[in-house]
Design a protein around this ligand. Structure first.
Ligand code: ZN
Length: 203
């Protein structure tokens, strides 16, 4: 069964989600929600899904980057974006900290709750996430590259933040245009400047 993915405009996407207790996490309703979120993410397909995106305002998210999803990308692009497979993970009550020394990078991003669009977002390249897993065990995740980007995007959902709040507005494009023109292309500084700086102005 696939859950309905709420679209931007729905107030639940702009609310701060509440943390859940270990008791609540181990209960049937939340365990069932986890199963359904996994199916919904895989079916979409997407690489992450946060509970508010299916209308539930709790601090729960799932991520997974399967080798299948990576297949269409040239090796050079995978390396540039720092894309690598991420096994299925359940992340509960996350606290995310940025590792500032790792630097930042700008790439296109989309969101299942802002259906049909993509835009450039600048984000830190490495993060640490302290959280619980689906069994309520404490976990510390150190993530770099695209994995770090996925985690930042999903944790933002729990704070009521969407990527459009952080995007370079001049880079907004339809998902269709993105897939046809940019999905498999390398993105250098020059291209980023072209999207982020009005013509005739210094970047
Ligand atoms: Zn999203």
């Amino acid at each position: 069964m696939r859950l309905k993915i709420y679209q931007t405009g729905e107030p639940v996407l702009r609310r701060k989600a509440r943390p859940i207790t270990v008791d609540e996490l181990s209960g049937q309703p939340v365990q069932q929600l986890i199963d359904l979120m996994r199916e919904t993410m895989r079916d979409a397909p997407g690489v992450g899904l946060a509970a508010p995106q299916v209308g539930v305002s709790i601090q729960l998210l799932v991520v997974e980057y399967t080798p299948d999803l990576l297949q269409g990308l040239p090796l050079s692009v995978k390396e540039e974006r720092g894309c690598a497979p991420v096994p299925f993970q359940v992340i509960v009550n996350p606290v995310l900290t940025v590792k500032p020394d790792a630097g930042e990078a700008t790439f296109f991003e989309g969101c299942m709750s802002v259906s049909g669009y993509a835009a450039l977002v600048r984000r830190p390249l490495a993060v640490r996430v302290a959280c619980l897993d689906e069994k309520g065990e404490r976990r510390t995740i150190d993530a770099e590259g695209w994995y770090a980007r996925i985690l930042q995007h999903e944790v933002d959902h729990l704070l009521g933040t969407l990527y459009v709040d952080k995007m370079y507005t001049r880079s907004l494009m339809t998902r269709d245009y993105y897939l046809r023109n940019w999905h498999t292309k390398s993105l250098g500084e020059e291209e980023v400047d072209r999207f982020t700086t009005p013509e005739g102005e210094a970047p």
